[in-house]
Every structure is written in C-alpha cells, then in structure tokens.
Design a protein around this ligand. Structure first.
Ligand SMILES: [Zn+2]
Length: 68
C-alpha cells in the first residue's frame, strides 16, 4: 500500500480508512476539501461529512494517495 509519510498533511483526493466504519459498512472516505475542517465523502454510499481536522487525523488508520 502506498501513502504519504507519517505526519504529512492530508490532501484532496486522498483515500483514508478511519477507525470507525460508516453505518453503510464502508470505512473508506475520499477527502474532498481540507482546511480547519476536512470534508469527507464516503466511498460506500457517497454521503459527505465535515469533521474537524484533528478529529480526522486522530482516527485515520491508513491513507492511500493516487499519485504517490
Ligand atoms: Zn457510507
């Protein structure tokens, strides 16, 4: 699995796996906006959600970056 170095900021287009799965069963999210809050799109059902950056960073287990 490829991904950014630990501690590197998340970028738009990254696919992150979070500790907690969405109710639809998917635990993978695409980052669609970054900033103080990060916007995530569920890869299972397409639903989007905004979470504080710190919350996201704490719950990320893995990051996949397409151009890595
Ligand atoms: Zn979902």
């Amino acid at each position: 699995m490829t991904g950014p170095a630990p501690g590197e900021p998340l970028r738009v287009g990254d696919i992150v796996r979070l500790k907690k799965a969405h109710p639809c069963g998917s635990a993978e999210w695409e980052i669609t906006r970054t900033g103080t809050d990060i916007k995530l799109k569920c890869l299972g059902c397409g639903r989007t959600l905004m979470l504080p950056r710190l919350t996201v960073e704490k719950s990320v287990r893995a990051v996949r970056r397409a151009d890595a």
